[in-house]
Design a protein around this ligand. Structure first.
Ligand SMILES: Cc1cc2nc3c(=O)[nH]c(=O)nc-3n(C[C@H](O)[C@H](O)[C@H](O)COP(=O)(O)OP(=O)(O)OC[C@H]3O[C@@H](n4cnc5c(N)ncnc54)[C@H](O)[C@@H]3O)c2cc1C
Length: 378
């Protein structure tokens, strides 16, 4: 793109497109449809909120669709896949899931909880690059996989939503859609007003996505996220029973963040000032286990080939066989295929996973460290 455009043209694509991602140094073919919106674009929202999309998908998979497992037992929330141990036999994969707990939108490991172990014939890891990198397994030692997990760029994203007591943007002729700026808020989207929703209450409370930004502007907001949490205020109209004006989220919006963004929203609309929002929430997609909001194919990778092979990246997966470096102690892996060995120890492993591997291989004893001639001494 930079080859075909002047510097000003390139900069215009970045500023006016709203997304840095549109001009990121990614694969040229996938970057072609850089302009996504026209005057005819229709903006639709989900009646009960965007979270209904994953909620409904999970529910249908769990209940409505046919499946090998009984209805209601197909989705297990709050289990983090921490390790995949590769063995042999009909169920070669042992998956170690750590129980997690989600409090106020934030998910963390339950310290000291026993992991859940699952034996599998086949595994589909439908996860982004960073999530895969966080899983412990010799599977990822495969040289092709190591190179090609890096075939996608991780791109950060940030959203900040404000609730106002009235849709002040209507006075400017703005009803739906978005405005774009080169300020760090980058894009502002106009959402609904309570009384206009089907079955809505007779309130004018309205929602604005004050900022939707990616890549280069995300660090601007990162610099504001450690201050005093924004408290908001109680609007004159509020649904009965609602006491919490700011929903509890993984990352609370701060006073500074809200003040700075509100000023930028005013500047974008050429207004001298705006009322402060009564509520504000934000989310950033840079943290583990996601790493970023979305991914783009990097330049110089054959994405057609990578895409196909990534579905089954390693042919004939071998049992645990860690690559040993000179500074590492020699431990792990006994090859039960060789008769002189009693069984397989895959590690470093918790007592629970060791127990499963011992049972699966009929191994009578597991020592903390096992020396084997299976490992190169070079
Ligand atoms: C702000 C924003 C705007 C976007 N806009 C668009 C758009 O307009 N158009 C578009 O096409 N795309 C858009 N995207 C990108 C799109 O949302 C993602 O590409 C898509 O959701 C990826 O789906 P996925 O199923 O591959 O991965 P994910 O949706 O990331 O699903 C992976 C799942 O795996 C779980 N997981 C991760 N690690 C583990 C583990 N160790 N154990 C168990 N579970 C684990 C995660 O919790 C998650 O539920 C946007 C993304 C963001 C953040």
């Amino acid at each position: 793109m930079f080859k075909a455009l002047s510097n000003e043209g390139y900069q215009f694509m970045k500023d006016a497109g709203g997304y840095d991602a549109n001009v990121a140094n990614a694969d040229a073919v996938t970057q072609l449809p850089a302009t996504e919106y026209s005057d005819e674009t229709k903006f639709l929202t989900l009646a009960d909120g965007y979270d209904q999309l994953p909620i409904q998908l999970a529910d249908r998979f769990n209940r409505a669709m046919p499946g090998g497992l009984p209805e209601g037992e197909r989705v297990r929330m709050n289990h983090r896949l921490a390790e995949i141990v590769i063995g042999s036999g009909e169920y070669p994969y042992t998956l170690r899931f750590e129980p997690t707990v989600t409090v106020s939108g934030s998910t963390r490991k339950v310290e000291g909880a026993e992991p859940t172990l699952v034996r599998a014939k086949k595994v589909i890891l439908a996860m982004p690059r960073r999530s895969l990198e966080l899983i412990d397994s010799t599977f990822f030692d495969d040289p092709w996989l190591q190179v090609n997990l890096g075939s996608v760029l991780i791109q950060s994203a940030f959203k900040l939503a404000f609730a106002y007591e009235s849709p002040w943007w209507r006075a400017l002729g703005l009803v739906a859609g978005r405005s774009v700026t080169d300020l760090p808020i980058r894009q502002t989207y106009y959402f609904g007003t309570e009384c206009e929703q089907e079955g809505g209450l007779p309130f004018m409370n309205s929602l604005l996505m004050a900022s939707y930004n990616d890549i280069s502007t995300v660090p601007f907001w990162k610099g504001l996220d450690l201050g005093t949490p924004y408290e908001g205020y109680r609007p004159s109209c509020l649904e009965p029973g609602v006491n919490r004006i700011l929903p509890q989220m993984e990352f609370p919006a701060t006073e500074q963040m809200v003040e700075v963004a509100n000023k930028q929203v005013a500047a974008l609309h050429a207004l001298p000032e705006l009322p402060m929002p009564y509520s504000a929430v934000y989310h950033t997609w840079s943290e583990d286990p996601y790493g970023g909001g979305w991914h783009e194919w990097k330049a110089a990778y054959r994405l057609d080939e990578v895409m196909c092979r990534m579905r089954k990246p390693v042919e004939g997966v071998r049992r645990q066989r860690p690559v040993l470096h000179h500074h590492q102690p020699r431990q792990d892996v006994l090859d039960e295929a060789q008769p002189k060995f009693l069984g397989t120890y895959a590690g470093p492993a918790s007592p629970a996973i060791t127990r499963v591997v011992m049972e699966a291989t009929g191994c009578p004893i597991a020592l903390g460290t096992i020396i084997t001639d299976d490992i190169s001494t070079s």
